[in-house]
Design a protein around this ligand. Sequence first.
Ligand code: TYD
Length: 201
Amino acid sequence: MFITFEGGEGSGKTTLIKRLAEALIERGYDIVQTREPGGSRIAEKIREVLLDKNNTELKPHTEALLFAASRAQHLDEVIIPNWDKIILCDRYIDSSYAYQGYARDLGYDYISKINAYALRYMPDLTFYIDIDPSIGMGRVNSKRGHKIDRLDSETFNFHERVREGYLKMKELDQKRFIVVDGNRTIDEIYSEVMNIILERL
Ligand code: TYD
């Protein structure tokens, strides 16, 4: 089972995934926990280029292609070899649809085209943790030790567009793409998501 987690900045995905992984391991499931961009040595190098705040001249098409490149490497090294396990992946192709396709205006078709490989390996379930970008960015800015990266530093308007982009994904795939209300406690979010996973397993 391939499960992905999506959200804007500061949505609490990472904490949620960690808790889910621990609970599923305790129940005896074989879990692989990973993330994008990155998750393998070479993909982490691409991640550095993408998130480096000094790379202000990085162009939208290059950005989208690098995310797709990192995804392809990560698919071959991590996702496909573990296809028989439960894979919990922090971000996948929906991030590209929301951030590059929608917020950067490259369009849905362009993202589909350059991610043709990933489209052959779609998640069984995707949880989008939906929060108001002003709350999310507030969390990111106040998090101690968090280095603000190139995408965190985008305008408020950009982050609003990311959210709109995600909400459009729901219209396209209601069965896979589940919108979770992120304006609740982590315990509440965790219970909802865990129940859905256990139902589907
Ligand atoms: P990360 O620090 O992993 O963010 P978070 O903790 O919020 O998940 O940084 C990943 C950033 O890359 C995040 O801002 C979203 C962005 N991104 C894209 O724009 N497109 C993509 O395809 C992916 C996978 C991520």
